[in-house]
Design a protein around this ligand. Structure first.
Ligand SMILES: *[C@@H]1O[C@H](CO)[C@@H](O)[C@H](O)[C@H]1NC(C)=O
Ligand SMILES: *[C@@H]1O[C@H](CO)[C@@H](O)[C@H](O)[C@H]1NC(C)=O
Ligand SMILES: *[C@@H]1O[C@H](CO)[C@@H](O)[C@H](O)[C@H]1NC(C)=O
Length: 141
């Protein structure tokens, strides 16, 4: 799982800049589409939320793979030439969920109480591949 996760991070980082390089490996990975949260969603710190994803395209050999969900937020950094770079700022310290079945298609997560409000949160689902949701809000009631 640790190895897979590292591969996923690399794949994600590369995918953001140069998707074509990864083409051969994409034969081995799954990219379930996240159906919740959507860009209309707004979560509250401390609340329980159900993350869902499509399972019909997951090959049978992958359904028992262990999954992990990370919370991140979109941001911009600037490289040495001042060009903007999009960052996902994934919180790798505290996964929202871990050790669930990818084939389940859903898992409940608890939004940490100390999550700062932002409009640009994303979650990334790791099975053997990273897959990012639309951006959504976490805001205080
Ligand atoms: C996944 O787990 C279920 C329940 O343990 C089992 O019946 C099934 O054969 C497993 N599938 C694979 C591909 O390992
Ligand atoms: C997941 O969260 C939903 C909505 O809060 C709740 O109805 C459901 O019982 C929860 N499931 C589990 C397994 O905790
Ligand atoms: C990761 O999430 C935990 C729980 O919300 C939080 O305490 C920690 O500060 C976060 N780390 C970063 C780098 O945002």
């Amino acid at each position: 799982m640790i190895f897979n996760t590292l591969v996923s991070f690399l794949a994600l980082a590369l995918a953001a800049t140069s998707t074509p390089i990864l083409q051969p490996q994409q034969l081995d990975v799954i990219t379930p589409h996240i159906t919740s949260p959507t860009e209309k969603d707004s979560w509250t710190p401390g609340s329980i939320q159900t993350v869902t994803w499509e399972t019909q395209d997951i090959p049978p050999a992958f359904v028992n793979n262990s999954g992990m969900i990370l919370l991140g937020h979109m941001g911009t950094t600037y490289d040495s030439k001042g060009r903007p770079q999009t960052t996902e700022n994934l919180n790798t310290t505290c996964p929202l969920a871990n050790h669930f079945l990818i084939g389940a298609g859903k898992v409940n997560v608890t939004v940490p109480l100390d999550t700062p409000p932002r409009d640009t949160y994303i979650i990334v689902l790791f099975g053997d591949s990273g897959n990012t949701s639309p951006q959504f809000k976490i805001q205080r009631k």
